[in-house]
Design a protein around this ligand. Sequence first.
Ligand SMILES: NC(=O)c1ccc[n+]([C@@H]2O[C@H](COP(=O)([O-])OP(=O)(O)OC[C@H]3O[C@@H](n4cnc5c(N)ncnc54)[C@H](OP(=O)(O)O)[C@@H]3O)[C@@H](O)[C@H]2O)c1
Length: 305
Amino acid sequence: MSRVISYAEFGPPSVLKLSDVDPAPPGAGQVLIAVRAIGVNPLDAKIRRGELARIFPVNFPVVPGLDVAGVIDAIGPDVTGLRVGDEVFGVASEGSYAQHVVADADAVQPRPPALPWELAAALPTVGEAAVRTLEQLEVKAGDVLLIHGAAGSVGAIATQLAVSRGATVIGAVSEADMDVVRGLGANPVLAGEELARRVRRISPDGVSAVLDTSGAGVLPESIDLAGGPERIVTIADMAAAGLGVRFSGAEPTDRAHNALPPLAHLAAGGQLQLPIWRPYPLADAAAAHADLEARRNRGKLVLLP
Ligand SMILES: NC(=O)c1ccc[n+]([C@@H]2O[C@H](COP(=O)([O-])OP(=O)(O)OC[C@H]3O[C@@H](n4cnc5c(N)ncnc54)[C@H](OP(=O)(O)O)[C@@H]3O)[C@@H](O)[C@H]2O)c1
């Protein structure tokens, strides 16, 4: 038997229930993973609340979660290049909040031995989003990139990658995160009212590109700072289309392929920081979601099976 978290209706964190199931065998092209760590994403909570039912239709009961790291326990038909006992991380095919998880073989990567399990589970969704959005914005040396939510998980990775490319990053964050983004190589500015004035104090001509990870209604001000919507990408603001701004990631095809191996290499070598808030036991998934929704975490939430 294997422990799993699932919910049978949309609702608050308390709809998340622990149960025991027989793990399903992996299908063609799939592997079964004995889980060592699970990454929690804001998306897991949005789907649980029923906010995204139009984009991500679900069949109850739902096992939440995307990101996972663990050891391959069984291999389905037609899988090549992976073996039982391999240590991998990546994205589950149908829910990752479980002790055993099925994933498509091409959705997992070998775990570098120096990459801690918790970090391996934290990286896939946010790492891919950071790489994808910087590609879509074509960020390069000389750019002045404004990142809304630069201390968040996607924002922190995007900040470090953009700085390493030679861009100047202005990171809009709350007071508590000013030193964090300074440590990542960005110029911190306090998020909120009259942000544009504070940004222009650092960069009087505005910015050349904007990444919005906050979804906090910052797009109109961003268009003003960037001189138009062309080089603005949001991953969190559904008002994007109405403003002529690109919303990245709504389509499953909108993904950066091969983003993870280089990120895992950097993280394993200590050259990429992704702070972990704290691990929670799998059984406490509801507490993890409650902390996420109350914005108590400063860093990635991880579940341990
Ligand atoms: N479309 C996609 O492909 C895709 C992929 C991954 C994630 N996402 C979405 O992107 C968002 C970020 O994901 P994440 O994992 O990075 O979440 P996260 O780690 O919780 O980071 C979000 C950050 O935004 C900050 N924030 C909130 N309001 C802000 C404001 N007004 N100005 C500046 N920053 C603000 C938060 O700061 P405080 O903690 O101080 O509030 C936090 O640091 C989520 O909504 C997630 O669902 C989308």
